[in-house]
Ligand binder design. Structure first.
Ligand code: UGA
Length: 434
């Protein structure tokens, strides 16, 4: 099929490459010249496992290219809108300006039978507004479909090829059939497709992210009780997670969630629910947000407890990305903690296998190190805040020789506590005992 993807950030670039890999002819449209030329040269503008090779193969096949010229979408049978919907500068609400700009850019060039499919994360009711805007600008009648994405950074290629489910919001049979045709490879793998009305499809996405965020803050709240009672949060999560109604995933207590999605999505959900007059979401998700941000303070307070005064102390921070296998530092708990300690006049040295360029651009005042031994050398405290495999594989015996004061806080509760203790380290987690 002829496909256009509008907005070639994380979501759009990955979707374009995978749809081309599956045999479609895809044009990616973006306003950023530099990004478009990078992508056309097969260079990934962000770190994502497997993405480079899928991108390069799709480009070499001749089925994928990128452009800044909106006229090029005129042959597309399906036009996906994948632009960013970040948090507004001064409020919690989603900033939809990229969505409106995309609508205005494509409306005059849409083929008469084109199907416009929204994929960005938006407040419920946005599709209806987008539809009237596109119809007004184009002078035609398009019915907008909502097809939310659920991909995770670090696992984006696999999640796009084989998602847990496909959600389509539409009441238009022609559009539904076109999307069934496009998603035939997924449907052949028995991946469930749910065809819903448009507001339900929009709400599915924000609800899914809100639930995931709630699960994390729930376990972090219990971790606080675990710390006060000598219970172990990891063993507890294993035990409650074995209940199939609860499940073990997203019960990893620690420094909390970050990234470009969960934090801004729960805030946008609070803002849009307030507008609609629903108070419950506000009460629930405001707590989720507060508990999450409080985890960053907990790590800083633990550091202060261990060190007494943090001023002038050398603190090694392992991790800058908001999660492993990503170079994304948006709302990264690790970097925020590093920055908070820097503001308390600690000498903070940050290491990350992939995210240092982005981290430096965000917090130029922190010290960044690519050599792990240098980060550890003579430090007063180590904070493990992003659980890259490389950190799990560290050798505590060898690292013990580099420091006089062997203190480490495992802000992700994944290190082998016994091995670190046996090597002479004093190791502390968040709600974790052993
Ligand atoms: C999230 C959702 O998981 C995706 O389904 C969704 O498509 C995406 O947002 C989006 O809206 O685009 P992502 O932001 O890539 O994906 O990351 P997650 O894997 O959800 O992790 C989010 C944060 O939660 C990370 O900082 C992670 O370290 C933290 N986390 C995760 C925990 O603190 N504990 C856990 O048990 C799990």
């Amino acid at each position: 099929m002829q496909i256009a993807v509008v907005g070639c950030g994380y979501l759009g670039a990955v979707l374009s490459a995978v749809l081309a890999e599956q045999g479609n002819s895809v044009i990616g449209l973006d306003v950023d010249d530099m990004r478009v030329s990078q992508l056309n040269s097969g260079i990934a503008p962000f770190y994502e496992p497997e993405f480079d090779s899928v991108l390069q193969q799709s480009i070499s096949s001749g089925r994928l290219s990128f452009t800044t010229n909106a006229e090029k979408i005129s042959d597309a049978e399906i036009v996906f809108i994948c632009v960013g919907t970040p948090q507004s500068q001064n409020t919690n609400a989603a900033d939809l300006s990229q969505l409106w700009a995309a609508a205005d850019a494509i409306a005059p060039h849409l083929a008469p039978n084109a199907i416009v499919v929204g994929r960005s994360t938006v407040p419920v009711g946005t599709a209806a507004k987008l539809e009237s805007r596109i119809n007004k600008k184009s002078g035609r009648k398009y019915s907008i479909v909502w097809n939310p994405e659920f991909l995770r950074e670090g696992l984006a290629i696999g999640d796009t090829r084989t998602p847990d489910r496909i959600v389509i919001g539409t009441n238009n049979d022609f559009a539904e059939n076109k999307l069934r045709e496009l998603y035939a490879p997924q449907l052949a793998k028995q991946i469930p497709m749910l065809v819903l009305d448009v507001p339900t499809a929009e709400l599915v996405k924000v609800s899914a992210n809100a639930f995931l965020a709630t699960k994390i803050s729930f376990i972090n709240a219990i971790a606080e009780v675990a710390d006060l009672t000598g219970a172990d949060i990891v063993q507890l999560a294993d035990a409650i997670g074995l209940d199939s109604r609860i499940g073990r995933k997203f019960l990893a207590a620690g420094v909390g969630f970050g990234g470009g999605c969960l934090p801004k999505d729960i805030r946008a959900f609070i803002a849009s629910s307030n507008e609609l007059g629903s108070e419950s979401i506000n009460r629930l998700l405001s707590e989720v947000d507060q508990i999450n941000l409080g985890q960053r303070d907990r790590v800083v307070n633990l550091a202060r407890e261990i060190l007494g005064e943090v001023k002038g102390k050398k603190i090694a921070v392992l991790g800058a990305a908001f999660k492993p296998n990503s170079d994304d530092v948006r709302d990264s708990p690790a970097l925020e903690v590093a920055h908070m300690l820097h503001r308390l006049s600690a000498l903070v040295f940050v290491h990350d296998p992939k995210a240092l360029i982005n981290a430096r651009a965000k917090f130029p005042d922190l010290n960044y190190q690519t050599d792990l031994n240098q980060v550890f050398k003579d430090c007063d405290l180590v904070l493990h805040l992003t659980e890259w495999q490389q950190y799990r594989d560290l050798d505590p015996d060898q690292l013990r020789t580099l420091v006089d004061k062997p203190f480490i806080i495992d802000g992700r509760n994944v290190l082998d506590f016994a091995a670190w203790r046996n090597a002479g380290w004093q190791i502390t987690g968040l709600g974790k005992r052993d």
